[in-house]
Design a protein around this ligand. Sequence first.
Ligand code: GAR
Length: 196
Amino acid sequence: MKIAVFASGTGSNFAAILESIKSKKITNVEVVLLVSDRPEALAVQKAKDERIPVHTFRAKDYPNKQAFEEEIVEKLRQRYVDFIVLAGYMRLLGPVLLQAYDRKIINVHPSLLPAFAGKDAIGQALDYGVKVTGVTVHYVDEGMDTGPIIAQRVVFVDSDETKDSLAKKIQGQEHQLLPEVIQMLVNSEAVKGSSK
Ligand code: GAR
């Protein structure tokens, strides 16, 4: 199964997927492309270090979302991508990508959705004062972190928790859960077949 990972940031989830493949924790999965809207992102450097093909772009260089998504779909098709993993890709997807990969796009989000959707979910949870938060992996639709939920993990918030300490705990869970869900979907063949 060929997957593309989309990332805008550090790429620790991207690295966790690669590590899970290397250590054979997950099998029958190949990352064939990293897509990033930030050419300077650490995730891009990680992909280059691992010799994984990269497609970068800047949204402002295109007239609209349709234009840069059409280019992305072309790159995905060239590499026969079966499904897409959003791992810290901080952009809403438009109809071009959603229709080309209908039900074949998943996202990892650092909260127990539907709580704390959108940006800075960890800060939102701390500000609210919740005692329990977590991680969600879900299918992607046109909304902000609204697609059907596939799996969740709970993280407890300690009384002396800081944003850094909570982020560390949450990311630790993400790095386990995301590869597990990828394996589950690959095994179930729910995501088999390249784009329409
Ligand atoms: C992850 O914590 C992911 O859950 C979050 O961005 C981080 C990316 O980290 N995604 C969202 O908030 C999406 N709404 P990484 O670049 O180190 O994998």
